[in-house]
Design a binder for this molecule. Structure first.
Ligand code: PLP
Length: 358
């Protein structure tokens, strides 16, 4: 390392030098040849109306791209507000729900302060906390999937609750979430990345408790992971704070057009969700017959534990057959696999491969 490099490194904030980068699920470049069940993407294409809206926005020579997009993504906000039954002042549209999480931490948690999350859940919260210099307190789940050791009052700045939980798929019921909201001095962020696949959600708690924020994404349930669209539902004071922090042109023109068309085409959306949930329940039952234990999932994935509790062995066997699933190396999860729900045909191939691996 030259002197100049050393100078640059020592200029970095110490927490950035020390932190480990978030590792996203593997995205193979020869994508067509894999059955990809590792990042909870939707197996179906987005609504045809989304494609039409993007092409319409682009125009024949892309003339619209010369000009900046609408900073607040007003049309998408209006579409989301209508869908979720709230006023537009209660919605922020973000460049993926990851941007919502990022803005929340920057808005509410300062260097040296604390936030909480469930272990296991979405590890990106901890990455964002490390960037901000915020301490993370992990809460485990007990054998009934309830939060273990929750204090009478949680005094940290943010509590991140992923419901349905990823990677487990289990949900926290509304009474549990309400109780948690009441016990938090800071804000409770309910990360509902998978709520569209579940029968319950926490949106009405946003109106009941002034410290609840719900975060959503169009990546999974609307098949738009490649467009980067997420949203927050929260009180207008919280939305106003997030609006100060987000990139002012956080959604490009094509993403804004896509968001509106996707949220408005509920008929197509529901038919996709129904197919995925039916496939999920069939696949979980089929694995059960092979003596896997499968946690009850309300997401578009399942967490499954093979009879010999060797998740890595099954991962390797599937990988050799060009089927990608997610194996988490850490102690808590190494005995199982997270398998995204693809099309019925993809899941039949996965099941056949699992039978062969034995
Ligand atoms: C996928 C996922 C996200 C990120 O969603 P994007 O909108 O694609 O950024 C956030 N939280 C959880 C729990 C997720 O699984």
């Amino acid at each position: 390392m030259g002197e100049q490099d050393k100078k640059v490194i020592s200029a970095l904030r110490p927490n950035i030098s020390a932190m480990v980068a978030y590792v996203p699920g593997f995205q193979p470049h020869d994508g067509q040849k894999w059955i990809k069940l590792n990042t909870n993407e939707n197996p179906y294409p987005p609504s045809p109306k989304v494609v039409a809206a993007i092409l319409h926005e682009l125009g024949p020579v892309g003339d619209s791209l010369r000009q900046y997009p609408d900073p607040p993504s007003s049309a998408a906000r209006a579409a989301a507000a209508k869908l979720y039954g709230v006023d537009e002042s209660w919605v922020m549209i973000a460049n993926g729900s990851d941007e919502v999480l990022n803005c929340l931490i920057r808005a509410f948690a300062g260097e040296g302060e604390e936030l909480a999350m469930i272990q296991p859940s979405y590890s990106y919260y901890a990455t964002l906390a490390a960037i901000q210099g915020v301490q993370v307190r992990m809460f485990n789940l007990d054998k009934d999937w309830q939060i273990e050791g929750l204090p009478e009052r949680y005094r940290g700045k943010i509590f991140f609750l992923t419901s349905p939980n990823a990677p487990l798929g289990i949900t926290f019921n509304k009474a549990t979430i309400a109780d948690l909201a009441a016990r938090c001095d800071g804000i409770l962020v309910v990360d509902e990345a998978y709520a569209d696949f579940a029968d319950e959600n926490a949106i009405d708690l946003v109106e009941q408790f002034d410290n609840v924020v719900v975060s959503r994404t169009l990546s999974k349930s609307y098949a738009l992971a490649g467009m980067r669209i997420g949203l927050a539902i929260a009180r207008p004071e919280v939305i106003a704070a997030l609006d100060k922090i987000r990139d002012h042109y956080n959604l490009d023109r094509l993403a804004q057009a896509a968001a509106v068309a996707a949220l408005e085409d509920q008929v197509y959306f529901r038919s996709c969700i129904e197919k995925i949930c039916t496939t999920r329940d069939w696949f979980a039952a089929a694995l059960g017959k092979l003596h896997y234990s499968v946690l009850p999932s309300k997401g578009n994935f399942i967490f499954a534990i093979p009879p010999d509790r060797d998740g890595r062995r099954i991962y390797d066997g599937l990988y050799a057959r060009k089927i990608l699933v997610r194996h988490f190396g850490d102690g808590l999860l190494a005995h199982g696999l997270r398998i995204s729900i693809g099309s019925r045909e993809e899941m039949e191939s996965a099941l056949q491969a699992i039978r062969e691996i034995g």
